[in-house]
Ligand binder design. Structure first.
Ligand SMILES: Nc1nc2c(c(=O)[nH]1)N[C@H]1C(S)=C(S)[C@@H](COP(=O)(O)O)O[C@H]1N2
Ligand SMILES: [Mo]
Length: 322
């Protein structure tokens, strides 16, 4: 169940949530996403629409992040995470996604799940999410441009969602596509990339417990500029793997086409695991600018998730782009 009624909430969760909201109010100083909650009319437990994924506002009944999915780093202020974005469908400046994504219609929204599955289908976003518990995950996000953030996502494990469609033995990879709509996504009027934005994972990466389909952040529904209504989050890979506003998920035998490795094959590869030892042709990846901090930090192998994911790549040459 997505949203549980009040009696189902354990006292510890309620306390945790209260702590979280206090911390968030403290961090944001009362600005930023708080305004969204008012505009969207936050749904409380027991409200008539409690079973649906709300279009805006707070997400309730979210399971708090367990320690292995909770980066200890200080959270990036929501104001920064929602105003400094990469989402080329709305333009290439960091401020474009916030400024121009008001035209994105996030309802109705459906996702096609197809290819090597026994139960393919086109499924509405609410039905896609409803059978799962929403979970919080506090992850580092490391962009290939050498900046990073720490974001409290809300979502469901990608592997749990894929399982419902019954992947066949041909499902070696998972391919994802973003919406194409030049009216809603003005950045698509220019051929910045060969639209749709496409990404992909190997099946063992896609079913790894860290891989998340996010529908919210900072306690609330995902803002459009962050990839509403549903986006991927793969925290051990460069940010461009975490594709936004997904409309298609295809399981397949072949390694998928991916936008950035196609656009600049000498600069970006399919795997794109965060690796401080392999420089981008034009800049080093050994350090990063954490948004909000003054001094640069060391970049960690697999963005600090090596103990959880390094075994997926045993025997592979991590210096290769593939
Ligand atoms: N569809 C789509 N997804 C995308 C992008 C994009 O331009 N289009 N940019 C990627 C890049 S480069 C990064 S760093 C992250 C940024 O996510 P954020 O804006 O939520 O921090 O989204 C990724 N997902
Ligand atoms: Mo990025």
């Amino acid at each position: 169940m997505l949203i549980r009624s009040a009696p189902d909430l354990r006292e510890s969760e309620v306390a945790d949530r209260r702590h979280y909201l206090n911390r968030r109010a403290f961090i944001e100083g009362g600005v930023g996403l708080g305004a969204l909650a008012l505009a969207g009319g936050a749904l409380g437990p027991g409200s008539a629409d409690a079973a649906a994924l709300p279009r805006k506002g707070q997400l309730t009944g979210v399971r708090p992040a367990p320690p292995r999915f909770k980066a200890e780093d200080e959270l990036t202020p929501a104001e920064s995470a929602t105003t400094y974005n990469n989402f080329y469908e709305f333009g290439t400046d960091k401020s474009d996604p916030k400024r121009y994504s008001g035209s994105l219609r996030t309802r109705p929204w459906s996702v096609a799940v197809e290819g090597a599955v026994e139960k393919p289908g086109v499924i509405g976003i609410e039905d896609l999410i409803r059978p799962h518990d929403l979970e919080e995950r506090i992850y580092r996000l490391r962009c290939v441009e050498a900046w990073s953030m720490v974001i409290p996502w809300i979502g469901v494990p990608l592997g749990d969602v894929l399982k419902r469609f019954a992947p066949t033995s041909d499902a070696k990879y998972v391919a994802f596509e973003t919406l194409v709509d030049r009216e809603q996504m003005p950045g698509q009027r220019r051929r910045t990339l060969d639209w749709p934005y496409r990404e992909g994972l190997r099946i063992d990466e896609a079913t790894h417990p860290l891989a998340l389909l996010a529908v919210g952040m900072y306690g609330e529904v995902l803002p459009s500029q962050n990839g509403a209504p549903i986006r991927l989050v793969v925290p051990w890979k460069y940010g461009f793997k975490s594709i936004k506003s997904i409309v298609k998920i295809r399981l397949q035998k072949e390694m998928p086409f991916t936008s950035w490795s196609d656009e600049a094959p000498g600069e970006y590869g399919f795997y794109a695991n965060v690796n401080p030892e392999v420089s981008h042709p034009r800049w080093s990846q050994s350090r990063e600018r954490r948004i909000g901090e003054f001094f640069k930090r060391e970049t960690l192998p697999f963005n600090g998730y090596a103990d959880q994911v390094a075994s997926l790549y045993a025997g592979m040459d991590l210096r290769k782009l593939y």
